[in-house]
Design a protein around this ligand. Structure first.
Ligand code: PHE
Ligand code: ZN
Length: 895
């Protein structure tokens, strides 16, 4: 046996341009897992054959493998000598391989000590797997790449204390093995890449239902959980059935196996995983019931169940050629699940939520050291590329395509895509080609969205000529440099728009263009910007209009147009586009907060601020508007978040943002006290809980009102809040009240908060997901000394430093959701985070790497903070055994 490569210090980079087809393909994969306490033996029989598409016939075979102990290896029944093969760093090369052969390997793995939560691992009482992206290599030696698709048969053998044994596909055999052990054999008739493999063994309970597909086939639906969670599965089951119907109706996609299973796992690095026929979910994305789950939690379950289900076509039946194509399945599937959620609830509300997420987290990523195009050109560790950019910006790119093509042509395009590539591993180019072919549209320039990173800027100006009645909009586009590209070519940008006159939307007569027949009244159209600068002229415009631009956020860009405060108030109250009404409320909010920031920067000890009345007047209008959905009222009355303001700033002044925003909030609370009291008291606090869009909307408006009222330091309000905490019949209202008590400065509130926190834990200590909410509420407290409390909570019995959900609830909530405390002046927040990352680096590299994000943004802060943040990155960099995951993010951040 020889060692091919020495373990290197510098991890290597993988490039898209180096892609080559695999030398060998795997016709069938037969696996047998012998699970025993402490170790699992994996026997694998692969039927391999040379890939006819490979450039030259291969005579050796390199398989990937990591943390495996090879017990034996045989070709066509002949055991190999140690000279027949060699180990690389994470690979095994077999020499002199024939055209076609069977390879049998036996490997030993240790799921019980696998803390990375990748490969086969143990979560509490059950064994489970996570193979995307490159986790299958931690199970056995394999061609662990998505363009190798094989037919899997899997036998799981375990002690009978694990009664449930699952894998992908259909159950084809089961029985006893001796007295105490048993087995189950599963066969998946659909060829799939190894990343979609899954296995579960545990003592699980399940609920069962069925679904009749559009062609009349009956599919069994099962959700497996630990027995204590059996009462929290109904919402996921309902969401699943809705998703299955929706995908038939909207995309013509029918489910293909006879059984669809979901398993809930407590220790999971991500939200959920779309393994063929056997989705594995983080408990946080599948379990829900009113007493333990907030409205946001219910909506998340619905969205994630749909997302994973939709992957059955967008990801599994048609998969990715290589991991650079990740957005092919993720961007498209996020677009699909967001449209599903829009159809299930309120479309405008869903759009506001998605855009908020995109503009804070994805725009920040696109402006930082890890910026990458939705189809990256290189990576060190692919796990680092499950990003906001791949998912959320990827979805925005699909949304633009859907809007450019129109409903009918987009559907023709996706039909052609699924039909043409069923059973294949393909690229984003293939996807766009199918849309172009089906619609006849030239998408050449549009494809720059796939290769250029960064958020494009639109600078929009207008002019109106009363004498000719012409109104023109001039739009300039630029895009800042990002690590992979300094000079960007112009993007193809759809700009949905309308013009507001004094009596409503004006008809649009665009010079040199056909009327837009998609809208009957001709008051809305999509301008297509393709040049660096373009002017659009509208004729017969009888008065100077207020333009409503980028309706529905028709492109993921930052746009500036010099609106007056009066213009914004008009858009807020009258725009026919609901999204832009909200957007105007945000812009007006920014104007007002920025006024205060300017005063704050002159005098840090500001005792009284002067605040322009335009915002409160506009809020009053919103409150009187009967046509608005209550959820929209709630969002329109919420100021831009600190996170959004942070993203917008060139140099972030943490204190100015925090205290100025708080000052404006307090001003609003005083001015609109009567209105907020009316909302709060008119709400029927005794009504039965429902997770419907209307009920969620009413709760969110009532809780926004409570949030403002709590700024009044009024004992009566504080007592109402505490009463809501004690008597609410649902977790949304309980958590809202608890959050308000914890963050209120008044001594009465503080006293009640201490009691409520203790009571909450006492009551919910056996519900892990509820305890996570309790941790988050404390970690995001804006009052002083929160870091010490977070550190104390790490020692609390409720905390588990190996469980990703606990880490997210406590550490990540503090570092990402509590700017004023995380950025404390002496840098103790930064030091704390770096300490956590150093521990997690060895334990769970994926989580360690994700946790790094706030430190990577160091260049946006003033010099003193930069030094402290950078110092912590350097301290991490100096650690002896950095994982590829952490190495990539830290090294790129220090450039
Ligand atoms: N593919 C999963 C999804 O988006 C995400 C995931 C990636 C889960 C990697 C686990 C590991 O649906
Ligand atoms: Zn996905």
């Amino acid at each position: 046996m020889t060692v091919l490569t020495q373990p290197t210090q510098q991890p290597t980079t993988t490039y898209l341009k180096d892609y080559q087809v695999p030398d060998y393909l795997i016709k069938t994969t037969d696996l047998r897992f012998e699970i025993t306490d402490g170790e699992t033996l994996v026997s694998s029989m692969l039927h391999l054959y040379r890939n006819p598409a490979a450039s030259s016939p291969a005579t050796q075979l390199t398989l990937q493998g990591a943390d495996l102990e090879l017990v034996s290896i045989a070709i066509d029944g002949r055991l190999l000598e140690t000279t027949d093969y060699a180990f690389g760093e994470e690979s095994l090369t077999v020499f002199n391989t024939p055209e076609e052969f069977s390879l049998i390997t036996i490997t030993r793995i240790k799921p019980e000590t696998n803390t990375s939560l990748e490969g086969l691992y143990k979560s509490r009482t059950m064994y489970c797997t996570q193979c995307e992206a490159e986790g299958f290599r931690k199970i056995t030696y394999y061609l662990d790449r998505p363009d190798v698709m094989s037919e899997f048969t899997t036998t799981v053998v375990a002690d009978k204390k694990y009664p449930v044994l699952l894998s992908n596909g259909n159950l084809i055999a089961q029985g006893d093995v001796g007295e105490n052990r048993h087995y189950a054999t599963w066969h998946d008739p659909f060829k799939k890449p190894a990343y979609l493999f899954a296995l579960v063994a545990g003592d699980l309970a399940h609920i069962e239902d069925s679904f009749i597909t559009c062609s009349g086939r009956k599919v069994a639906l099962k959700i497996f959980v630990e027995p204590k969670d059996l009462d929290k599965c109904d919402h996921a089951m309902t969401s699943l059935k809705h998703s299955m119907r929706w995908d038939e109706e909207v995309y013509g996609r029918e489910y293909d196996l006879d059984i669809f299973m979901i398993v809930a796992v407590d220790d999971f690095n991500m939200g959920a995983m779309e393994n063929k026929g056997l989705n594995i979910f983080n408990t946080s994305c599948v379990l829900a019931k009113p007493e333990t789950t907030t409205d946001a939690g219910f909506q998340r379950v619905e969205g994630v169940v749909a997302h994973e289900y939709f992957h059955n076509w967008s990801g599994n039946r048609v998969t990715c050629r290589d991991w650079f194509q990740l957005s092919l399945k993720e961007g498209f599937t996020v677009y699909r699940d967001s449209e599903f959620s829009a159809d299930m609830g309120s479309r405008t509300v869903k759009r506001v939520e998605d855009v908020s997420l995109l503009r804070t987290l994805q725009f920040a990523e696109d402006a930082g050291p890890m910026a990458h195009p939705i189809r990256p050109e290189s990576y060190i560790e692919i796990s680092n590329f499950y990003t906001m950019t791949i998912y959320e910006k990827g979805a925005e790119v699909i949304r633009m395509l859907a809007n450019l093509l129109g409903k009918e042509n987009f559907r023709k395009g996706t039909d052609l895509y699924f039909d043409r590539h069923d059973g294949q591993a393909v690229t984003t180019e293939d996807f766009v080609a199918a849309l172009a072919d089906a619609s006849g549209r030239d998408l050449t320039q549009f494809k720059r969205w796939y290769s250029q990173a960064g958020t494009p800027r639109l600078h929009i100006t207008d002019s109106y000529d009363e004498s000719t009645q012409e109104y023109s909009l001039t739009i300039k586009q630029t895009c800042p440099p990002t690590p992979e590209c300094q000079h960007k070519l112009p993007f193809h940008i759809p700009i949905a728009m309308g013009l507001l006159g004094s009596a409503g939307d004006l008809p649009l007569v665009l010079k040199g263009a056909e009327p837009d027949f998609e809208t009957s009244d001709n008051t809305h159209r999509v301008l297509e910007l393709t040049q660096a600068e373009q002017t659009f002229v509208f004729e017969h415009v009888q008065e100077k209009p207020v333009p409503s631009l980028l309706r529905g956020f028709s492109a993921p860009v930052k746009s500036t147009f010099d609106y007056s405060r009066a213009d914004l108030a008009i858009l807020m109250s009258r725009d026919s586009d609901g999204f832009n009404r909200w957007e105007a409320s945000q812009q007006l909010g920014l104007h007002i907060i920025n006024d205060v920031i300017a005063q704050f920067q002159v005098d840090q000890h500001l005792t009284s601020v002067s605040i322009d009345p335009s915002l409160v007047n506009a809020y009053r209008q919103v409150l009187r508007d009967e046509s608005l959905d209550k959820a929209m009222v709630a969002y329109m009355l919420t100021l831009p978040t600190e996170a959004y303001m942070t993203e917008l700033a060139d140099v972030v002044d943490v204190e100015a943002i925090h205290y100025s925003r708080a000052a404006v909030r307090s001003h609003i609370a005083h001015e609109l006290r009567a209105e907020f009291l009316a909302i709060y008291h008119d709400y029927d606090h005794q009504q039965a809980y429902a997770a419907t869009a209307d009920a969620i909307a009413a709760r969110s408006l009532k809780n926004v009102a409570l949030g403002y009222l709590m700024l009044l330091n009024d004992d009566a309000v504080i007592r109402s809040c505490e009463q809501q905490y004690r008597t609410a019949n649902n977790m949304t209202d309980v958590i809202a009240a608890l959050t308000q008590l914890v963050n209120a400065q008044a001594p009465l509130a503080q006293t009640l908060a201490v009691t409520a926190l203790a009571d909450f834990y006492e009551h919910w200590q056996h519900e892990s997901l509820v305890v996570n909410q309790w941790l988050s509420v404390q970690a995001t407290c804006v009052l002083p000394h929160t870091l010490q409390k977070v550190q104390a909570l790490q020692q609390h019995p409720a905390y588990d430093g190996k469980n990703p959900n606990k880490i997210r609830a406590l550490i990540s909530s503090f570092c990402n959701g509590n700017a004023i405390n995380f950025h404390a002046n002496a840098g103790e927040g930064y030091r704390f985070l770096a300490d956590q990352i150093i521990v997690l680096n060895a334990q769970n590299p994926q989580i360690a790497s994700r946790l790094l994000t706030p430190l990577t943004k160091w260049k946006k802060y003033p010099p003193a903070r930069q030094v402290l943040m950078k110092g912590e990155l350097q301290r991490i960099m100096a650690e002896p055994k950095l994982s590829k995951d952490v190495f990539e993010v830290v090294s790129k951040s220090l450039v």
